[in-house]
Design a protein around this ligand. Structure first.
Ligand code: FAD
Ligand code: GLY
Length: 365
């Protein structure tokens, strides 16, 4: 079999790249996934689009996260028009809360540099917070509202991208693992898979935490994140995403509340542990005590692809003319999917590099 593009790994990154290439009329596209496309980290995520709450400095990662966030309203609207699938982009904003003096001091320091950097953020007293979100614990000290930090339903996003492939003749081959890239004369000639060889003019590896097993790219470490969800309540207990030092709460439009997440360096284990469930439950109750009465609906774990420095690796693979990689999105892969797809499409289609070009360069070093 032969395609213009073979994409290895059908998570949010691979599928968004496939869509972007198709929209640019780039040729025939095949996506190969070892399991079910979208079934790994992209399924496990919380779906927060939080460039401001999650960032720690005014650096390149912050800039690409912000740029990608700005792409989301159009991305969500286009995907809905293309597939009929609504990814529930919720622009209610995010609250970042402090429950102690020390936490407040830390958030205040962040507020100062963020204000200087021109980020929209509003300082709130505990009364302000409880007016906005009456179920937040009375012990809340203070906090900040980030109106430009949003959320999407990432499982719907993956479903929408799968549907896009189905409707647009993008071949999706699942339960098929890439085993080896055949390289001759500095060029990738074929992808050997568990079901035979696939020929491609260009190969793009987007295999998340497994990417460095397939190509000579910087080390990618799997960082486990465990989460729980609390059953739907009517009316909703919370309107906005809530961030605190204890964890985060993500209220979905159907009334469920997601509670996340652990950050664990335990290799490729995706087990859910009793310890994590009780820690997440305690965090949820501390932030919003009424959650104690809600039953746990689901518990799961996924593997974030982490690369030293936390900057994703996006671009051409060193010494292989026609191979590209996009991985290492760590805590922000859902957020970064639209900009990553544009950066890879610019690179493979030969357009000039635009924002985030430092990340593109990193892959070729
Ligand atoms: P994946 O979704 O892991 O996809 C990689 C794919 O490659 C998989 O489907 C896998 O089967 C396939 N693959 C692997 N090896 C092979 C092979 N040899 N051959 C073929 N296929 C292969 N990000 C956010 O932006 N916001 C959040 O709120 C957020 N919350 C998170 C919460 C948790 C608990 C976790 C775990 C992650 C969270 N993330 C969040 C991070 C985000 O989920 C990831 O950064 C993102 O999903 C990475 O996407 P990916 O496509 O690179 O990887
Ligand atoms: N961005 C949230 C997480 O990775 O848990």
């Amino acid at each position: 079999m032969n395609s213009d593009f073979v994409i290895i790994g059908g998570g949010v990154i691979g599928l968004t790249i496939a869509r972007e290439l198709h929209r640019r009329g780039a040729g025939t596209i095949t996506v190969i996934d070892r399991g079910r496309a979208g079934g790994e980290a992209s399924w496990a995520a919380a779906g927060m689009l939080a460039p401001n709450v999650e960032c720690r400095a005014d650096d390149e990662l912050f800039r690409i996260c912000t740029a990608s966030n700005r792409l989301y309203p159009d991305f969500a609207a286009e995907l809905l028009a293309e597939t009929g699938i609504d990814i529930h982009l919720d622009r209610s904003g995010t609250l970042s809360l402090a429950f102690t003096e020390d936490e407040a001091a830390e958030l205040n320091a962040k507020y100062t540099w963020q204000r200087n950097a021109g980020i929209t953020v509003e300082s709130l007293t505990s009364d302000d917070i409880r007016k906005l979100e009456p179920e937040i614990s009375a012990s809340v000290h203070s906090g900040f509202l980030y109106p430009n930090d949003w959320q999407v339903e990432n499982r719907q996003l993956v479903a929408g991208l799968r549907k896009y492939c189905e409707l647009n003749q993008i071949e999706l081959i699942e339960n098929t693992a890439m085993e080896r890239l055949v390289i001759r004369g500095g060029e990738a000639r074929a992808v050997e898979t568990s079901r035979g060889a696939q020929h491609a003019d260009r190969v793009i590896v987007t295999a998340g935490a497994w990417s460095d097993q397939l190509l000579p790219v910087p080390k990618v470490k799997p960082i486990r994140g465990q989460m729980i969800s609390l059953a739907a309540s009517d009316p909703r207990i919370l309107d906005r995403v809530i961030y605190s030092h204890r964890g985060y709460l993500v209220p979905r439009s159907d009334g469920r509340v997601l509670v996340g997440a652990t950050v664990e360096n335990v290799g490729f284990s995706k087990e859910v542990t009793a310890d994590a469930i009780s820690t997440l439950k305690a965090a949820a109750i501390e932030i919003a005590p009424r959650l104690a009465k809600i039953e746990i609906a689901e518990a799961w774990a996924g593997l974030r692809p982490f690369v030293e420095g936390e900057m994703p690796v996006i671009g051409r693979v060193p010494d292989i003319e026609n191979a590209f990689v996009a991985t290492g999105h760590y805590r922000n892969g859902i957020l970064l999917a639209p900009i990553t797809a544009k950066m890879i499409a610019d690179e493979v289609c030969g357009a000039s590099r635009t924002s985030g070009d430092q990340a593109v360069r990193k892959a070729s070093h």
